[in-house]
Design a protein around this ligand. Sequence first.
Ligand code: TRP
Length: 481
Amino acid sequence: MVASSGLAEGKTPREGWSSRSAFILAAVGAAVGLGNLWRFPTLAGENGGGAFVLFYVGCVFLLGLPLVVSEIFIGRTGQDDAAGSIRKVAEKSGVSKAWAGFGLLGVIAAFLILSFYSVVAGWVLYYVGVLGGDFLGAIGSGDLFRGALPGESQEMIQGRMGDLFANPWLLLAMHAIFMGVTFTIVARGIGSGIETAATVLMPMFFILLVGITIYGAFVGNLTEAVAFLFTPDWSKLTPQVMNTALGQALFSLSLGVAGLITYGSYIKGSAGLGPTSVTIAFADTGVALIAGLMIFPIVFAVGLDPAAGPTLVFQTLPFAFQTMPAGALIGFLFFVLVLVAAVTSSISLLEVPVAWGIGEMGWSRPKSTMIFGGSAFLVGVACLLGYNVWSDVRLLGFWSLFAETDILDTIDGFTGKVMLPLGAFFTAIFVGWRADRKLVEEMTGLSGFWLSLWRFLIAWLCPLAVGFILVTGLFPEILGS
Ligand code: TRP
């Protein structure tokens, strides 16, 4: 840890990444997670494929990438929690400190996202258990390289998700374990733990992902999957679909909730933010598209409905592992690595409110972790009860957008469609119009053409496009549709 340069007035030295590549790895680790492997395929399926996917990719590079630069800029300049960092940039730029308010909005959003993120990660954990047990069985039978879940019918494999949802205690146990792990890592601080995990495990994850995708392409229906994912039917691009795609781009890049402000604040020394941000955006989008190419060939091969919703991913992958040579082993490994990807993301989600508690409330790290981790756990419990005991509850039932969504989907949808775009909008206005230009130039390391391009995107395109998508997505009546 290089903490010497981070001495803030009279406080203990603030923690920091050991190097620039450590920051990139941690940021990629935060970006790559259930957003890519679960949320992206789910939404691509629900929103009709091609048009959604291409619009999403457009959002990543035209709106997301400039915002990545902006959030890291704020954090790196401010060297404080989300609100504190914004306040410092405002101070140095001679504008109102009230801008820190959107930092608080982000803190609340990150907290809400964490609550359901942990529940979904709990499903992954359950599949680690299922496939781990199956792999032990393979060892026991002396056939180490057999496929997963031998002899299980399609109904049995798909039915497992329903059984899990009907069992609140099992859901609760998985959610508790996952939140416990997240909690433990964050309570220890930004140490070498996260960095090492990201360095070793993320490359391993990537290799396995590509391998399974190639395999799936052979056994599944690749042509149909590619057509579904990349042939746009623009008539499907309704305002709501655009809103969802924008929200997904922001979610996947960890934007709009001060995630990258917080991680950026642990950067010590210099960093060219352009290349760093491009790396994050490419790695993240690459993993999402590969995940789509892994899952949809199987969806079509086994005749599932692409619009099956949040259970889609879990109901398709086991089929690939069933027929795959050594599928029992690979399936087990795969879910372990998905879990790792989820952990490197969930810690960043918890870190946002925890850093806020430390910076703004003066709490110790353990206390702040306890307060936010504990309450996010409780909100998560409400989410998982929404699948059984509270399945009739509609949190925002008065609002047509959320009239039919269960608790988890409502929190997911509200944060993704409303809070993330709002956070992105304020970030763009703040950095594009209020932050001191010299400071921006100096701290982003951008110059010449790239600086001008970035400035145009962040000052004009982002606020206009995000504002338009947000307003028309939430109030489609405006367009008369
Ligand atoms: N990007 C992560 C994913 O795709 C989720 C995530 C981690 C996140 N940190 C965040 C989302 C901060 C918003 C803000 O799984």
